[in-house]
Design a protein around this ligand. Sequence first.
Ligand code: SN0
Length: 314
Amino acid sequence: MKNFTSFADAGDYQALLNKALEIKADPFGYQHVGRNKTVGLIFFNPSLRTRLSSIKAAYNLGAQAWVLNAGADSWTLEMADGAVMNGTTQEHIKDAIAVMSQYCDVLGVRTFPTLKDREADYSEEVFNKIMKYATVPVISLESATLHPLQSFADLITVAEYKQTERVKVVLTWAPHVRALPQCVPNSFADWFSEISWVDFVITHPKGYELDERFTKGARIEYDQKKAFEGADFIYAKNWSSYHDYGQVLSQDQSWLVDTAHMNLTNNGKLMHCLPIRRNVEVSDAVLDSPAALIIPEAGNRVFSMQTVLHELLS
Ligand code: SN0
């Protein structure tokens, strides 16, 4: 592994998953790998789980971590190549990232989509610029289009809770009050469409089709109730439209995942990456039931990060 930005970087996913389960069973057993190493983390957007689980992962591995909130804590960064910097931006991203690379052995980066310019977002303009200027391995802490550490944590969670050899995993669109990125569902599809022991189904209202580069021919079922039948895992998430880029096309409350929905499943578990708008995306009754895996799922963010750090620092 050279960088970690998508499923493709995971290589042999089953081997990586086994490594994560090994590390989880003995979280402090690999501290020789992180000894005298520094993990840098730069955030261009808010974070709770990613920030804290990354610090905890570094700590478990015997490494140190620092965090920079770009913009808020640093100089205002210029992104445009060749800019005449006589305006409000104070430091060019090329200098900032090259300097930060001097202060760490691996750099985690969070960027977000504009949700306005699909071309800029889906070419990962900002993230790729950072990759170009970094001189240490880069980990995506969520880019404009993907969130691979979340998907890897989701894979760990499904592997831990599955009761049968093969499982049916359903990614369902859920309502929301704002326009959200497609990163989490793109990434979930990028990973779960590839897992040999998963029957993967995506369900959403018409118009919410994701980029086929990530869904890779996965089954789409527009009837949510039909999709839920026999499911072992329900992964709820809102996203804005990819085709009608960044638009909210529906707020249909019948898509809210409630107990009646869960009763259609095979005693299915409910997953969500968090943060969740309770009683908008999923009902309290489901989120507070034994079917909900949201807390252990968030806990696994430590082990997806720790495993990736282990691979990049070994
Ligand atoms: C992020 C998203 O990409 O959907 C979380 C990613 C881990 N969620 C939000 O931005 C939610 C914001 C809100 O207003 O609820």
